[in-house]
Design a protein around this ligand. Structure first.
Ligand SMILES: C[S@@+](CC[C@H](N)C(=O)[O-])C[C@H]1O[C@@H](n2cnc3c(N)ncnc32)[C@H](O)[C@@H]1O
Length: 472
């Protein structure tokens, strides 16, 4: 916590006093850096035309002191922007212009709010801290151009509270709003998850985040361990772009890390990758499921082009039961098989395909359980079958139920032991019930555990069953 100096009248630099021993010295001239091109801007104390107030270290302190020595709260990520130039660059990055409607998260002292109002926007500001909501209200006033509400953005219902405001202020024309915010670092991911799927409300979202987070959202490569479920999510719903770095000296109190501005151009639902479409007809050939996008021959050609078959199940998105990563990966909108050719890329889909066919043809009793074991990365195949999984000795009570001519090289066995099935590379918003339904045709699904953050997969599901299907 930082004890704030009293600044009446404001000294050029706050001098230390015994009453405020932990006070930080005023920051050196802060800089915003941009790459590329690398832009360095000096701290500019800019007079806001809308408010007639200045933004900078002293005015920030003054504003805070006006609320009874309000102390910035770390838990609320209260690191205020001292550099009006950065605020202007945020506004410019979002292309805010006269008549735009902007959702601002955490207006704080109102420095960014003032820049948005200057650009001619109508601002809807959501502030969790009641002191800061009152402060920004006192400073800029609740006018027709500005609405401030005291609310936690993570609990805020955009559709019921912001949409009516947007409709009213865009005079009932079909206009998209923008999101611009110097966001508290600790809610960045939650805000991204909340707002990115709203391509029908917002056209662009420009956020000042922790530099590391901005890089992770925008620059993570599918080939690296940094590629996480959140990247699948971000790229599904938007086109992210890292704009520029903002050095920590631009904030008060100074955080331990640098910030960066990132913009997300939100996609409309029509532009989402066809993951849901592929799942709509899980048992149909992909050329059928995706036929509303383009002709069957084009789909077949596209799949052949990237080396994938036209399977009935979504091999592109569904199970990845491989030695060390997803069976298929997305790269620049294309789904590619993994580069490591020793991984049996199509093994899982072929198994499922075969099983699907067998289940369709034969009423099986007792119910069969479905399971595929993932080979550990350092485990040799031990002469495993064509699926690349290790051969295993069947427990004595297990018995083959179907000849391999029907199962196509897979033996179905009734086995009392529970076995896990690992599936990766799933649609980000795939639901537990969908997985259960999908696998229920192979028997009773005992449990589905949804995991996240699994290396190389978007989500990991664990399905327990009572029986197994083994490579022959
Ligand atoms: C990093 S400060 C930015 C303040 C101001 N926009 C600026 O640029 O100086 C973050 C602001 O968000 C507010 N805040 C923190 N958590 C919030 C939440 N969950 N919902 C809404 N506002 C929040 C804080 O109170 C603080 O005012």
């Amino acid at each position: 916590m930082v004890a704030l100096p009293s600044l009446s009248p404001p000294p050029p630099r706050p001098s230390p006093s015994p009453a405020t021993p932990r006070r930080r010295p005023p920051p050196p001239p802060p800089h915003a850096t941009s790459s590329p091109p690398r832009v360095r801007s000096r701290l500019a104390t800019v007079v806001s035309a809308a408010s007639g107030v200045t933004d900078g270290y002293h005015s920030t302190i003054r504003s805070l002191n006006s609320r009874g020595r309000h102390v910035p709260r770390k838990s609320l990520g209260q690191n205020y922007m001292l550099n009006s130039k950065v605020n202007e660059e945020l506004v410019a990055a979002a292309g805010v212009e006269e008549g735009d409607v902007v959702l601002e998260i955490g207006p704080g002292t109102g420095s960014l709010t003032a820049a948005l109002l200057d650009a001619g926007a109508t601002v809807f500001a959501v502030e969790k801290d009641k002191h800061m909501a009152t402060l920004v209200n006192d400073r800029l006033g609740s006018t027709e151009q500005l609405k401030i509400i005291e609310e936690d953005i993570t609990k805020f219902s955009v559709r019921s509270h912001f949409l009516p405001f947007l409709e009213e202020n865009s005079h009932h024309t079909r206009k998209y709003a923008k999101v611009v915010s110097n966001l508290p670092f600790n809610v960045s991911t939650e805000v991204v998850k909340l707002l990115l799927p709203m391509g029908d409300v917002f056209s662009v979202m420009v956020l000042l985040l922790q530099d590391e987070t901005a890089l992770r959202f925008a620059d993570a490569s599918i080939q690296t361990p940094e590629y996480r479920p959140i990247n699948v999510f971000v790229n599904f719903y938007s086109e992210p772009e890292y704009k520029f770095k903002v050095e920590r000296t631009n904030f008060f109190p100074q955080p331990k890390v640098d910030g960066a501005v990132i913009s997300f151009k939100l996609k409309n639902s029509g532009d989402y990758p066809p993951v849901n479409s592929a799942f709509n007809g899980k048992r149909k050939m992909l050329r059928k499921s995706l036929q509303h996008l383009c002709s069957s021959s084009e789909i077949e050609a596209a799949l052949a082009n990237i080396g994938l078959p036209v399977t009935p199940l979504a091999v592109l998105f569904l199970p990845s039961v491989t030695a060390g990563g997803p069976t298929s990966i997305q790269h620049q909108g294309k789904y590619l098989p993994p580069s490591n050719s020793s991984i049996p890329t199509l093994s899982t889909s072929s198994s499922i395909k075969t099983l699907t066919a067998a289940t369709d043809q034969s009423p099986l009793s007792p119910p069969l359980r479905f399971s595929i074991r993932r080979r550990r990365p350092n485990q040799s195949p031990r002469g495993g079958g064509d699926l690349g999984f290790p051969r295993r000795r069947l427990p004595p009570r297990c018995r083959p139920l179907l000849p391999s001519s029907i199962t196509g090289g897979l033996r179905r066995v009734a086995c009392p032991k529970m076995r896990p099935v690992f599936c990766g590379n799933l649609d980000y918003d795939a639901r537990q019930s969908e997985i259960e339904r999908l696998f229920s045709k192979y028997g009773r699904v005992e449990r589905v555990d949804m995991k996240s953050g699994y290396h190389g997969a978007s989500l990991l599901f664990l399905v327990d069953g009572l029986g197994s299907t083994f490579p022959a």
